[in-house]
Write a protein of this length. Sequence first.
Length: 292
Amino acid sequence: MDSHEKGYFTEANSIEVVTGRNEKATSERVKFAMEVITRKLHEAVKEIEPTQQEWLTAILFLTQTGHLCDEWRQEFILLSDVLGVSMLVDAINHRKPSGATESTVLGPFHVASAPVLEMGANICLDQKGEPMLVRGRVLDMDGKPIANATLDVWQANDEGFYDVQQRGIQPDFNLRGVFRTQADGHYWFRAVKPKFYPIPDDGTVGKLLGLLGRHPYRPAHLHFIVKAEGFAALTTHVFDPDDKYIHSDAVFGVKKSLMVHFARVGDPVRIEASQFSEPFWEVEYDFVLTNA
Ligand code: BEZ
Ligand code: FE
């Protein structure tokens, strides 16, 4: 018997036997990860004591999840999202000092080729929804403005759909754009008030949420990727704190520091100055970036 063999498999020694078999792993990182995963998985099986039928149901769940994945849909990432794993990986990889803008999940609806727009442009191309002005600054940790920062923004429309979910209904690149800050670090653009929406729930993840008595909704938000030379890229959202799903985001993406008051502005002078023809919503948020 090789020194790493821990004997024949029994219910009691299952973890040691399986992890012992990985002695000659060529990657220490993989060996370590598999040791932890094997231990936790065996512990879970020992605690749950699944029937053969339950175990098969779990295998078929994962099989169906894989079958749903293609170029357009990644059901495994969605599964990771609703299990809180995506947010946990994000938190571990983006530990930020106090004062820096916190990150949150990217989500599946980012489009890399969104158009670069003039500051102040309206990203709502179909004039549907309640007008909204979004503005603020991009700052460093000392509060100094960052020039030439890019803000890649995308959001759902007033019915809770992204353009890529409604091809042929919404114009291409509706509610998306890239803005570049000037010397004063300011940004501003026009949009429409976003609405809460369900994550794709017609697959295995939706079924799981149903079994768990959970809804599939995300509270209304705007997505941002903020980048500037010499600074760490930031992927985040700003959330409407008055949304009915703000305390139960299906993917756990909400953070207190990312909630921003959506203020109603009815002042005719401000309406005209903001190039609207009716009262609008205003969202003001400063992004604070950390050094790269
Ligand atoms: C989103 O906010 O776009 C999103 C994030 C995670 C899962 C589904 C959608
Ligand atoms: Fe989203």
